[in-house]
Design a protein around this ligand. Structure first.
Ligand code: PLP
Length: 394
C-alpha cells in the first residue's frame, strides 16, 4: 500500500504539476520490459532508442524546432546552467560580459553571479513597478564584449511574460547569443522557434505534467556551446550520461498532450484564474495584483494583501487543504520578501503578504469558488491580529 494521501486543492502548479495519467502510461513499459540502454548497439537497445527519438520529435514539434536541436537534461536548472556556462566557456578569451534581469529564477541568477565571480562582467537589468523590462536599456547594455543575454520568457512568481520575440530579434541584430529560461512558458503558451530567433532555451518536464528529473536544452543549429556534463557521447556529445529513457518518453508524451490541448486549456484555465482573482479582489479590501495584468501567463495570479504575512495566509489555507505559495523566502531567520517583488518595488507591507495561486488543467470551478469563499474571512481574521493595520482598516 502506498502512503496515505490527503485530498488537496492544488493551486501551486508553477512549483510543480501532477504527472498526467497518459504520461504515466507512456512511461510504464520503460520501467519494465523495455529496460535496454538507448545507446547500446544491439536491437534491444535500438528499440528503446526509437522511443527516445520519438520523444525528441514530440518536444521539437511543441517548440517549432528541429529534433536535432533538442538536448535532454535532468531538469530546468541544469539546462540554464549548461546554456550560460557552456556559452561563456565557448567564447572565453573573446567575450567577457553577460546580461540578465533582476527577476530571473535562481537557476539563472546564481549561475550568472557565479560567472561574475569567475571574472565575467554582469549586467542585471531592472524592471518597473509592473515587472516589465525597458527594451531600449537592454539594447544599450549590449556591447561588442557581450557573450550572452539571458532573459526569462515568463516569471515564475508573477507570471509576467517578457517580449521574447523582440528581444531575440535585438540580439540577432547585434550578433549576441540569446538564451531564454522558458520553464514556465512551455506547455502554457504557444512557442514557435521558427519565428523567434533565439539560440538557447531551457524547459523542465515537471512544469508540464511530466515527472521531476527531466528537462531540455534547445540549442539552435550552429550555436557554439561547450558541453556541461562530460563523459560519453550521448545527446550528440552535448550532454553525457546514460539517457533517462522513461522520463524522456514521459516528457515526449507530455509535450504532445500540451500541443493537443493548449488552445482549449489556455481559455479554460485563464477563465478560472480571472475568476479567483476577481472574486478575491472584490471581497478582500486592500488587495491588488502584482505584475502587469494583460501580459501574464494565463494560469498565474499573484495577489498582495496589505498588512498581513503571506506565511500566515498559507498556513490557514493549508488547514483547509489548499496549496498555494508565497513570495517570501526564509533567509537567516528574517522573512525577506522575494527578490522579484523587491525588484518591482512592491511596498514592504504588500510584498510580505503576497500569495501566488497557479492553476493547471486539473483545477475545477468548484475548487476556485471554495478558495474565493474562504479567503475574505482568513484575511479579515489575520488583520484583526496584525500590529501593522492602520486604525480604521481592520
Ligand atoms: C523560471 C524557472 N526556471 C527554472 C526552474 C528550475 O527548474 P527545475 O525545477 O526543473 O530545475 C524553475 C522551477 O521552479 C522555474 O520556475
Amino acid at each position: 500500500m502506498g502512503p496515505a494521501v490527503r485530498k488537496v486543492i492544488y493551486l501551486d502548479n508553477n512549483a510543480t504539476t501532477r504527472v498526467a495519467p497518459e504520461v504515466i502510461e507512456a512511461m510504464r513499459p520503460f520501467f519494465g520490459e523495455l529496460y535496454g540502454n538507448a545507446s547500446s548497439m544491439h536491437s534491444f537497445g535500438g528499440q528503446v532508442r526509437r522511443h527516445v527519438e520519438r520523444a525528441r520529435e514530440q518536444v521539437a514539434a511543441l517548440l517549432g524546432a528541429d529534433p536535432s536541436e533538442i538536448v535532454f537534461t535532468s531538469c530546468g536548472t541544469e539546462s540554464d546552467n549548461a546554456a550560460l556556462r557552456g556559452t561563456v566557456e565557448a567564447l572565453a578569451g573573446r567575450k567577457h560580459h553577460a546580461v540578465t534581469t533582476r527577476v530571473e529564477h535562481p537557476a539563472v541568477l546564481s549561475t550568472c553571479r557565479y560567472l561574475a565571480n569567475q571574472g565575467c562582467r554582469l549586467t542585471e537589468l531592472p524592471v518597473d513597478r509592473e515587472g516589465l523590462l525597458d527594451l531600449q536599456l537592454l539594447e544599450e547594455m549590449i556591447t561588442d564584449d557581450t557573450a550572452i543575454v539571458s532573459v526569462m520568457w515568463a516569471n515564475n512568481e508573477t507570471g509576467v511574460v517578457f517580449p521574447i520575440e523582440e528581444i531575440a530579434a535585438v540580439c540577432q541584430r547585434k550578433g549576441v547569443v540569446f538564451h531564454t529560461d522558458a520553464v514556465q512558458v512551455v506547455g502554457k503558451l504557444p512557442v514557435d522557434l521558427r519565428r523567434t530567433p533565439l539560440d538557447l532555451l531551457a524547459l523542465s518536464g515537471h512544469k508540464l505534467h511530466a515527472p521531476k528529473g527531466v528537462g531540455v536544452l534547445y540549442v539552435r543549429k550552429g550555436t557554439r556551446l561547450a558541453p556541461f556534463v562530460l563523459g560519453g557521447h550521448q545527446e550528440s556529445g552535448k550532454r553525457a550520461g546514460t539517457e533517462n529513457v522513461p522520463y524522456i518518453v514521459g516528457l515526449g508524451a507530455a509535450a504532445e498532450l500540451a500541443a493537443q490541448y493548449m488552445r482549449e486549456e489556455v481559455t479554460r484555465v485563464r477563465a478560472l484564474r480571472d475568476r479567483i482573482e476577481a472574486g478575491i479582489l472584490a471581497n478582500c479590501p486592500d488587495s491588488h495584483v502584482n505584475g502587469r495584468r494583460d501580459r501574464r501567463l494565463p494560469n498565474t495570479a499573484n495577489i498582495g494583501f496589505e498588512f498581513v504575512e503571506g506565511e500566515s495566509i498559507l498556513l490557514m489555507l493549508d488547514e483547509l487543504g489548499v496549496c498555494a505559495s508565497s513570495g517570501s523566502a526564509c533567509t537567516s531567520g528574517s522573512l525577506e520578501p522575494s527578490h522579484v517583488l523587491r525588484a518591482m518595488g512592491v511596498p514592504f507591507t504588500a510584498a510580505h503578504g503576497s500569495i501566488r495561486f497557479s492553476l493547471s488543467r486539473y483545477n475545477t470551478q468548484d475548487e476556485i469558488d471554495f478558495v474565493v469563499e474562504h479567503m475574505p474571512p482568513i484575511i479579515h481574521r489575520l488583520r484583526e491580529l496584525s500590529p501593522f493595520v492602520p486604525k480604521g482598516k481592520a
